[in-house]
Design a protein around this ligand. Structure first.
Ligand SMILES: [Zn+2]
Length: 255
């Protein structure tokens, strides 16, 4: 397929113009015009680029791309190496950050709910981007009654990774809030919304106190681990729609 066609489909599907983000969404580095092989992954790291080049892919599609607001804009060190790799191989780099977190079915939050077996609240599902601070918190419930302790054990099993949990393991887990990645700053908004537990990727020092003092559980299940499902689902949707080979690589990251 043509690069421009893929770009149009991605921008339309993910409604990328609706978001004010910390990075450019869409085509970040322009490569060759025709795309037959696409490599997907969470982050446009050197390891993912090298894998794409070795496979003679025409493009990579990631959740964490480049050119973040506030970062040093000079092209040197590892930034130089990454950009040089893409340019030398005429590799397209597509990245979607918040639009991929928020998408109602393919997004990271929607896909995490699927992986964890969470029943998404109907109003949140109808318009998930309006739920909570910055519009990215999702709400739902486990399909069977569990305690927070059991819920954490199920989460660890589903993500194949031990989460950091602060809270009362015996508290019933009736209502859950979540936002994938580095959304620990939204914990207070989740508490205000009235939930038993909040799941995100990472933990910061104040979160532990907030959990202990509010009684609301806090789960840090991994930034990478909570965000590997959106881009995978997006790649599968592309493969179903177009005549393109799509390969997803889960390059492990303990963070
Ligand atoms: Zn992230």
């Amino acid at each position: 397929m043509q690069r421009a066609e893929l770009q149009r489909w991605l921008d339309t599907t993910l409604e990328s113009t609706r978001f004010s983000d910390y990075c450019p969404n869409g085509l970040q580095v322009e490569g060759r015009t025709e795309i037959n092989k696409l490599v997907t992954g969470v982050t446009a790291s050197q390891a993912l680029l090298d894998r794409a080049v070795a496979l003679q892919a025409d493009a990579i599609l990631v959740h964490h791309g480049w050119f973040w607001r506030g970062e040093d804009p000079t092209i040197r060190g590892t930034r130089k190496q990454r950009i040089a790799t893409a340019l030398a191989s005429d590799l397209n780099v597509f990245a979607y950050h918040l639009p991929l977190d928020a998408h109602p079915t393919l997004g990271n939050n929607a896909q995490l709910a699927k992986v964890l077996g969470l029943q998404v609240e109907l109003d949140a599902q109808a318009n998930p981007v309006t739920g909570g601070a910055k519009g990215l918190i999702w709400f739902g419930a486990p399909q069977t009654p569990v305690t927070l302790g059991q819920f954490v054990a199920n989460t660890n099993h589903a993500l194949n990774r031990p989460a950091v949990f602060i809270g009362d393991a015996d508290r019933p887990c009736k209502r859950v809030a979540w936002c994938t990645g580095g959304a620990q700053g939204m914990f207070e908004a989740a508490i205000d919304a009235g939930v038993d537990v909040y799941i995100t990727g990472e933990i910061s020092e104040p979160n532990a106190h907030l959990a202990r003092e509010s009684g609301v559980g806090f789960i840090a299940a991994g930034h990478h681990a909570t965000e590997r499902y959106g881009v995978k689902a997006l790649g599968e949707a592309i493969a179903a729609e177009f005549d393109v080979e799509v390969l997803f690589f889960d390059i492990d990251n303990p963070a």
